[in-house]
Ligand binder design. Structure first.
Ligand SMILES: NC(=O)c1ccc[n+]([C@@H]2O[C@H](COP(=O)([O-])OP(=O)(O)OC[C@H]3O[C@@H](n4cnc5c(N)ncnc54)[C@H](OP(=O)(O)O)[C@@H]3O)[C@@H](O)[C@H]2O)c1
Length: 238
């Protein structure tokens, strides 16, 4: 991701002040402000990355939630999630339950690298296009890549629990001492951008290669919710 300068101070909780002080910081967009979305936001903010975040709530209502769960993140509407990120990091994280994905407009993320951090849970009633992939035993990220065809979809951040995003990040540690996280995607440059982001927030990013290889990151796969090192992930990827 592009980075112009390190932050001089902690981000302000006020949106206008935050926006003004973030002109020199990379910006990442996050769709979804629940357990996962706010954990990603906290990790990014700690790493000096500015965050725009959207949920179903209007920004004014979301601001109260963010004061508690991700102070410094800037609430926006979904349609504006990439307005700043597109010209900055280029990255938007998708942290919306899969059963809600028909409500996420693909136009919101045109031209971005879209990090698919979502998972399929048995109790969810999935959109038809996603259920079709599940029925064919395809990785759901491949269906997302079709749905969000104007973005480059990369699977990442889905196989770590939100509490571990807070607890296991070690930005000051050597890569070999960090928890490893997998990255899968068909576009090499996009995969590299996401790996740079994971490194920045304190994890050891491990490329699995193509999006199809991300199958092992899903809830029934060997990487899911396990504190693994690079060598473990590479072993499971063979
Ligand atoms: N929880 C974890 O540890 C974890 C870790 C990694 C990945 N994930 C994955 O991330 C996804 C979200 O999980 P979660 O645990 O964060 O769920 P959650 O706590 O229920 O939060 C879901 C968030 O998505 C928002 N949302 C729903 N529809 C939306 C829409 N159309 N546009 C924008 N935002 C929308 C909700 O908005 P409101 O706030 O307005 O209701 C809420 O903020 C799931 O697929 C999950 O498997 C979860």
């Amino acid at each position: 991701m592009s980075e112009r300068s390190a932050p001089a101070a902690e981000p302000s909780p006020e949106p206008a002040a935050a926006a003004a002080s973030e002109t020199t910081r990379p910006v990442v967009g996050i769709l979804g402000a629940g357990r996962a979305g706010t954990a990603f936001a906290r990790a990014l903010l700690r790493a000096g990355v500015a965050v725009d975040i959207a949920s179903t709530r209007p920004p004014r209502a979301l601001q109260h939630h963010l004061k508690i769960y991700a102070p410094g993140a800037v609430p926006v509407v979904g349609a504006d999630i990439a307005a700043r990120a597109r010209d900055s990091s280029g990255l938007v994280i998708l942290a919306v339950p899969q059963e809600e994905l028909d409500e996420v407009d693909p136009d919101w993320v045109v031209g971005t690298v879209l990090i698919d951090a979502t998972n399929t849970w048995q109790d969810e009633l999935l959109p038809g296009w996603l259920q079709a992939a599940v029925d064919e035993q395809l990785p759901t990220s491949m269906a997302l890549a079709g749905r969000f065809g104007s973005a480059r979809v990369i699977k990442a951040l889905n196989h770590i629990a939100h509490a571990d995003i807070d607890d296991a990040a070690r930005p000051a540690a050597e890569l070999s001492q960090r928890r490893a996280l997998a990255v899968a995607g068909d576009d090499d440059a996009a995969r590299g951008l996401v790996m740079g982001l994971l490194d920045r927030i304190g994890f050891d990013p491990v490329s699995l290669g193509a999006l199809a290889a991300g199958r092992i990151m899903e809830p029934d796969g060997p990487l899911f919710n396990r504190p693994l090192r690079r060598e473990d992930i590479l072993r499971f990827a063979r």
